[in-house]
Design a binder for this molecule. Sequence first.
Ligand code: G
Ligand code: G
Ligand code: MN
Ligand code: NA
Length: 254
Amino acid sequence: AQLDGELQHALERGEFRLFYQPQIDLATGLVDGAEALLRWNKPGSGIVAPGVFLPRAEENGLILPINEWVLFEACRAAKRWQQRGFQHLRVAINLSPIQFRKRTVPLLVAHALAETGLDPRRLELELTESIVMQDIDAVAEDLRKLMEMGVHISIDDFGTGYSSLGYVKRLPVDRLKIDQSFVRTLATDPNDAAIIRAITTLGRSLNLGVLAEGVETAEQLQRLRAEGCDHVQGFYFAKPMPEHEFLAYLSDDS
Ligand code: G
Ligand code: G
Ligand code: MN
Ligand code: NA
């Protein structure tokens, strides 16, 4: 209950921040996007990770205004990047299951794009299986509206859920994000390589991009490239960081 009040205050006082983790296009070796990850800059405590407060926010409903703030802030940030000359950079945000249940995501996204002037093609929405499993027809309809706007859709933590194959066929999506659990032990567990190959093969045949998350070593990178991943993201390249550090990283990179 104390956390509920603190989160409400955090929202009102503007204590939330977005950190950005670069995503690298393996075809060019360049950063072409970033995942926005929520942080709470709690007075007296420093930066608090989302695992500490998002589960509670999902329970008490505060996740709705929090994620709405995330959407608008990420669009404002990406618009700033465009204006600085990084025209091809995309920003990806994480959506939560209860947002989709409200059926307001397409409208909210349209508002955020209109208000910030961000090109819809520079926004990506990451969905988890817990979202798509709810009411797949309703989700499919909302995703179609978003895609018609030009917004990109990816499936996060791909491979960890048990209905992955079924929904990938029924939903309009642009890419799969291979869960980091398959990348972590890639060098030592032959099953991981087999799973990753299955996902990239699926991606190719359905014309979907495949991004591997949690890349921490040169060896993992080399194997992921060999297995046909087109994008990577992970500590090997960079950790999630504040916007000014991300912009400095971009300038070094190009
Ligand atoms: O940022 P990591 O570094 O700690 O994130 C932990 C988890 O929190 C991840 O599963 C990530 O998807 C989730 N997460 C991070 N930011 C957001 C956000 O803005 N909205 C939602 N719904 N989940 C987020
Ligand atoms: O669930 P989702 O994929 O949205 O969460 C991304 C989470 O993964 C964030 O908490 C982010 O900080 C974390 N992350 C990103 N890259 C790496 C990595 O290379 N190694 C590890 N262990 N975690 C990572
Ligand atoms: Mn994610
Ligand atoms: Na993930």
